[in-house]
Design a protein around this ligand. Sequence first.
Ligand code: KG4
Ligand code: ZN
Length: 338
Amino acid sequence: MKILGIESSCDETAASIVEDGKRVLSNVVASQIDEHRLYGGVVPEIASRRHAENISWVVRESLLKADCTLADVDAVAVTYAPGLIGALLVGISFAKGLAMSAGKPLIPVHHIAGHIAANYLTHADLEPPYLCLVISGGHSHIIEVRDYTHYHVIGRTRDDAAGECFDKVARVLGYEYPGGKFIDAAAKKGDPNAYRLPRPRIPDSEFDLSFSGLKTAVINTVHNSVQKGETISREDMAASFQKTVADTLVERTMSAAKLLGSKKLAIAGGVSANSGVRAALETACEKRGIKLYMPELKYCGDNAAMIACQGYYDFLAGKRADESLNGIATLSLDRISE
Ligand code: KG4
Ligand code: ZN
């Protein structure tokens, strides 16, 4: 069964054809990052306009690359939540039009469920139940994936998401937006023990995460050095910051795995591309006999193959949308599992 996936929740216009939730026949991503970089972050109004300009050719290209026509597609899956509302609505409206005109089922897909499903594209052997650490630009969650369409969020960030924190720290160190990958590269050349940074603690929760204190500590350290005329080593700060984030994520995720008795852990989202986080989780999982699943780097960030993949499982579970489908800016994964 071939599913056409469409993703437009943030700053990537993407379309992909995936067969049986496994075989990626095409994966087209049009990034707007170069334009948003000028403003140091995603400008929602610009994002919506670029999606409107790009969506037609991106979908056409995904069909061409997969050597398909719309007639060969069995269903259209589209991200409907969460995300920038104007951006979501471009993909949703386009998907509705396609599905209605071609007489195909329309499947509404949750963006975070899509990120999690990116693991099925890389690991044919991964099956629920398992634990998943979702770390992206807008979300940081520890999630019990109970089956392909049921989730229980057991930990979430109380403030900034991990990716947001990477991007803000990158900015104060003088890197371009989005700075996660620059921190990753700089950290490879720095000393992770050069700066002592606070480890986030949440007194009343074992699994929730918090990154704003860490972010503020880095910003204050950098500003204090500038005021004193001292130079800061960007590489050392990047390495110290990244190690603190990785240690925190490992500690929280391993506590959750222990409590739930999970022997399988997956990671997902843009920050799951981070080499320090990957290495720290690898070591921790190996020590505890936990099997670790990580998506290929090309499926860590936003893409539509993950939406088509999750769309396949949502289709099998009977999820369908009609012409009244609307976008939802904020929607917890717990809510779609009720
Ligand atoms: O999942 P994603 O593409 O978009 C959202 O759904 O939010 O995540 C984007 C985030 C950005 O904050 C970006 O800086 C971060 O992922 N990111 C990284 C790396 N690559 C992307 N963060 C740390 N290390 C990386 N290698
Ligand atoms: Zn995303």
